[in-house]
Design a protein around this ligand. Structure first.
Ligand code: RTP
Ligand code: MG
Length: 151
């Protein structure tokens, strides 16, 4: 069996405020991925700075942290074949101007600073982000009954 991976997907504060949580979950469910963990959180500035630590020298960093700290976030872990890369494809390009229609950002966002959802950009970053956002006991092990029809 090829690479079964996990990725960290988050609905950002604008996505929650705009009622897009169900839609985003539905896309990952329908694609065939397995939901491993899910919670609604306001993790605070320090946690968000750790999450986006790689971007701390970017000029948009303070605004990004303020945006991410402006309301609750839905934090999720999804698992499946190549889910890191596929999750990014489902999100669309960072700047919604370049996001293809049919992607989450291409369907629901206009501005890069309000781009609705986050997805890990590598398997290594997924592992780091999952460990930052979830305790090990929050990751749920369950058998997907439709698995034989997905793989
Ligand atoms: P994310 O981490 O949130 O999934 O986004 P991404 O990988 O597509 O893009 P990344 O480079 O990691 O940037 C993180 C978030 O910062 C905001 N951003 N603003 N004003 C700007 O030029 C700018 N560039 C990036 C976006 O909200 C982006 O998703
Ligand atoms: Mg990123």
């Amino acid at each position: 069996m090829p690479a079964i991976e996990r990725t960290f997907i988050a609905v950002k504060p604008d996505g929650v405020q705009r009622g897009l949580v169900g839609n985003i979950i539905a896309r990952f469910e329908a694609r065939g991925f397995r939901l491993v963990a899910l919670k609604l959180v306001r993790p605070g500035k320090e946690h968000l700075e750790q999450h986006y630590a790689e971007l701390k020298d970017k000029p948009f960093f303070p605004g990004l942290i303020e945006y991410m700290n402006s309301g609750p976030i839905v934090a999720m872990v999804w698992e499946g074949l190549d889910v890191v890369k596929t999750g990014r494809a489902m999100l669309g390009a960072t700047n919604p101007l370049a996001s293809a229609p049919g992607t989450i950002r291409g369907d629901y966002a206009i501005a890069v600073g309000r781009n609705v959802a986050h997805g890990s950009d590598s398997v290594e970053n997924a592992e780091r982000e999952i460990a930052l956002w979830f305790k090990p006991e929050e990751l749920v092990d369950w058998e997907q009954s439709q698995k034989a029809w997905i793989y």
